[in-house]
Structure formats: C-alpha cells, structure tokens
Unconditional design. Sequence first.
Length: 320
Amino acid sequence: MCYQVSFKTEEGKTYNLNLLDAIEIERSVEKLAATCKITLPLYRFNAPLFVQEDIKRGTEVTVCLGYDDKLNEEFRGYVTKIVYNNSSIVIECEDALFLYRKSLENEQFQDITLKELLVHISNQIDPTYTIDCKYDLTYETFTINNKTGYDILKQIQNTLAANVWFDTMNKVLYVVLVYVDKLGDEKYSMHQNVETSSLEYVRGADKKVEVIIEATDSNGTAKQVKVGDSGGDQLSLKIGNVKEKDIQELAEAIWKKKTSDRLNGTFTGWLIPVVTPGYTATIIDQEYPERTGSYYVAGVKTKFSASGGVRTIEPGIKLG
C-alpha cells in the first residue's frame, strides 16, 4: 500500500506527510459534503508534533491512496479544524462545500431557473466553479435573506430530493436527482473481491409510497401534487414558488426512484476497484441469486491504515 497526503497553504507552500496513523473518507448522496479525517501520531521521535504551525483552517488538502506506487486521488478539499487528544492529532477536512459557507448578498429573483440561481451564487463565492444541473425547474420567485451558499444548497437538497455534490478537482458543482448520475461501472463478486457483506434485497413492488409536493405561487395560492399510493410511506416536500408542470415532473421522478427494487445494507471490498457515489456496481452472488444485478452506489466509506485499505459500499436502487 502507498499514500500521498499534501497540504497547500495560502502562501503557496506545499507540505507532504511522511507519517500517518489512519485516513477515513466518507461520501454519501445523503450528505452535502465529502469529508476526510487524517489521524497522525501525537509524538514523533519522542517529541510532540505540532502541525498547526504550518496547517490551518482553510489549507487545501489532497489525499491519494493506492498499491505498488500507483496512486489514485481519493479526496481534495480544505482543512476545517485540527483536534489534539490524548493519543493522536486528527485533521478534519471537507470538500468544496467549505467555500460555500460564505454569506451571500440579500436578493430577490423573479422567474429564475435553478441553474441560473446556482450560477449566480457560485459567482459570488468562486467564479471558477461551473454548474452541472439536471433539474429543468423555474422558480417564480426566490429570496435570499441572510443566507450562506451552504444554506441554499441544503435547502435545494431537502426540498428537491437532490444529490448535491462537488468535483473539487475539476471545480464542478453537480445538482441532480438522486440515483440519476452515472459516473462509472465496476463489478463485485461476493466470492472474489468482497470481504464482508450485510445485504438485504427489497422489492419495490412490495412498497406503497406516496409523494406529496406542495408549493405556493407568486399570488400566495397553494398548489399540491400527489403521486403514488395512499396508505403507505409518505414523502412530503415543500419547494416554494415553482411552476406547476415542474412540480408534477419532480413528483413522478421521485416516486419512481422510491419504488425501485434495491439492496439495503453494505458490503466491504478493498481499494481496488475505485468507486464513488454515482457509480454503478454490478454484484454477482451465486449463493443468493436474487441479489445479482446492477445497483447505484449511494455511499462509500474508505479507510486506510497499517491494517490495510478497505471500502465499505452502500448500494441503492437496482438499475438492471
């Protein structure tokens, strides 16, 4: 196994770690930020280690992991805080969401698309970021009042059931319906490259789901759209002043995803193959053939230490 952890300061200096206890990276469609925890020993050669002299909040960090000197970039982001405890130093980091915790100007917009809104926000924070937005949605009105970029992205995630994530390396902000993006394909055999698993196959046809979306137009008139089966699980969203045709399309798309066949639970493999949320994982299981199929990867937790490198993968809906 091999690793490279680099820190780049605002002054342009680069520091590479030459000692390490552990790394833990977590990504999920349920969370806005990809996070990374880098754990260092508290002492080096019987002397205390003080990393805060060179590494501070906002320092850019890049983490690469691999085997036999073949490294893959696993995380790029910014230091949020450094914690000293009785036995170690933990450097906590998050991706480009860190930049979006900046306050925005108070404004009100009329007939603005979601993509136009995101471009406007990003131009205030970091104009080098581009927007990849798969929602064809127009707000009749949208108000920003004492909000940060983080607040707006969290609102979008909650109200639109969106997968909001950053490609920090290429400086792209993605906003897509959960389970829609397809970033790559990998295969897993339960008898070859899976170490442990705790998976349960769930048939979508056995679930009753009703999606209710509520909105209010610019005149204050309430609008409501219902899709699915009453009497089952209910998902309610309030999305503000959005055009009625957009509400119907969104409700139908969410209902379709909620009633798809899926795998609950997780399975654990190694650093190879490389997967992230948004990948398609084809699972082959000869012992439980009903599990065999292609699944959307909803979450990945990567751990790296002297004990080895592993990925714990959370599959989502069945794609085929």
